[in-house]
Ligand binder design. Structure first.
Ligand code: SAM
Ligand code: SF4
Length: 473
């Protein structure tokens, strides 16, 4: 089997997810005290990561007014630290062959109804050209787990993406969502110039994990749990964790994400770069995805996003197009920092739109609007969409942490970079309606800035972009 020896070693490690402790904490905080809840919210607003007992307490809040205070806390934290920027990216599915049998995923090996295929270097180039032509600058590349998609293949495909240059742009940052690798393999992928490496644990509840991952390398809970430790040891500083909500109790999963965060802090001195919280979506011939065993209601979903924001105030939060528009618009205010837009998740479906795409897709998307529509929607609501990749290309890892911890970082770097990258979009790609809405939003940003050298510099950069200079930061 794939990684047989390494998995055997990983299985000997002790899990850092204390199952019984989590259940006890959730049980013992069932009657949260108002004053204590307010102190916890305040602790987070003072920029502290919360402790397990505090997060368990928030998870048990049912009182409507107190819940509203949690939501308000998340909104305040977002506004105070991160401002109104939303970073946009697109997922790019490279191949859907898979040797695992994850019961919730359309790509699982036992699913005979899915069309299997993988991008070649030529079709990959077409996909990237198509994404660049729409205005994208940041990608997350997604791979099934299969001998075909080994570390060399992943590295080669990433390198290929960076070589695609079109008149109006190029992809400037590639993140990865793929199976856990060993340290040497992670080094190979890092050398291709990736940004974040994401691995979702799916569920932190061991028993459930075993049930939904019956075979293949993914059936080892520990091999996956320690996957991002190996990535960090290989030199990848930006790692993304996540749980797939719907497989087990959502409160337990939030606690799992917290313990994972604490494990990183204790082991490496820094936490995860991003946290993702996808909900199970329907997938072709996949009953468990149609009827999730622990369905998370929209109300609970909003709670969990707000509580994750307060629990780990320094991470980026990623919301995906799996969520419908109404939910997206609400939880963005609770501190989401990145969303995907204009997403298409069939293999080859950006450059080749075909009606059978759903048969090559992992699941069905909840939000199918184009990038242009999403940008208009965001700017109409006072957000500033950003394609910034400045930190990454200046060699700065952990940009979310810097936004959080370095005073003035957002004002000095993030907002100006958001404005210039949005202006590139306006000049190069926007429809007339979106252009108008973006220009209004950019003017709002400029009006809100006090006169300063920095503002003069930004005005100069905006003029440069209008004159055809690209990628100023
Ligand atoms: N094969 C790699 C892995 O499993 O880590 C990476 C790619 S996998 C396609 C990316 C993520 O998709 C998984 O980690 C899982 O959380 C999510 N996913 C799988 N099935 C899903 C479904 N039916 N609805 C929503 N998300 C799903
Ligand atoms: Fe394969 Fe990943 Fe889907 Fe599991 S979630 S079946 S590993 S692609």
């Amino acid at each position: 089997m794939f990684y047989a020896k390494e998995i055997e070693e990983a299985e000997k490690l002790e899990s850092f997810i204390p199952n019984d402790e989590i259940l006890d904490l959730l049980e013992n905080t069932k009657e949260p005290d108002k004053k204590y809840v307010r102190e916890i919210i305040q602790k987070s607003l003072n920029k502290n990561r919360l402790e397990p007992v505090e997060v368990a307490t928030l998870l048990n809040v049912k009182d409507e007014d107190l819940l509203e205070e949690i939501f308000e806390g998340a909104r305040t934290l977002k506004e105070k630290i991160y401002g109104n920027r939303i970073v946009l990216f697109a997922p790019l599915y490279v191949g859907n062959e898979c040797i695992n049998d994850c019961q919730y995923c359309g790509f699982r090996t036992s699913n005979s109804e899915i069309y299997r295929n993988s991008l070649t270097m030529e079709t990959l180039e077409k996909e990237v050209e198509s994404l660049v032509d729409k205005g994208h600058k940041r990608l997350i590349m997604v791979y099934g787990e299969h001998p075909k998609y080994d570390a060399n293949f992943i590295a080669k495909t990433v390198e290929k993406v960076y070589t695609v240059k079109k008149d109006r742009g190029e992809i400037r940052r590639v993140n990865i969502n793929a199976a856990p690798l060993n340290i040497e393999e992670f080094k190979t992928v890092k050398d291709a110039g990736i940004g974040t490496y994401q691995i979702f644990q799916e569920t932190y509840h061991l028993e459930t994990y075993k049930k939904v991952h019956p075979r293949g390398p993914k059936s080892s809970f520990n091999w996956r749990l320690y996957g991002l430790d190996r990535a960090i040891k290989a030199g990848i500083d930006d790692v993304g964790i996540g749980a797939l909500f719907g497989l087990y109790d959502w409160k337990f999963e939030v606690m799992g994400l917290l313990y994972h965060t604490i494990h990183f802090e204790n082991t490496f001195g820094f936490g995860p770069h991003t946290i993702s919280f996808p909900r199970l979506e329907p997938a072709i011939n996949t009953p468990i995805a149609e009827r999730p065993p622990h369905l998370v209601s929209d109300e609970d979903f909003k709670k969990l996003v707000a509580i994750i924001r307060l629990a780990v105030p320094y991470t980026g939060l990623i919301l995906t197009a799996r969520e419908p528009l109404e939910i997206r618009n609400e939880v963005i205010k609770f501190g989401v920092s990145q969303i995907d837009a204009g997403s298409s998740i069939g293999i080859g479906s950006y450059s080749h739109d075909d009606l059978e795409n759903y048969k090559k897709s992992q699941f069905v998307l909840g939000d199918q609007r184009s990038l242009d529509e999403v940008i208009k929607e965001l700017t109409d609501h006072g957000f500033i969409p950003s394609f910034c990749t400045g930190c990454y290309r200046l060699g700065r890892t952990g940009e979310h942490f810097m936004e959080f911890s370095v005073p003035g970082f957002v004002k000095r770097f993030c907002t100006p970079n958001a404005v210039t990258t949005l202006m590139e979009y306006v000049v190069d790609y926007a429809s007339p309606e979106t252009k108008k809405s973006c220009e209004i939003q950019i003017q709002r940003e400029l009006d809100a800035m006090p006169e300063s050298e920095m503002k003069q510099q930004l005005l100069k950069y905006i003029d440069m972009v209008k004159d055809g200079v690209r990628d100023v930061y």
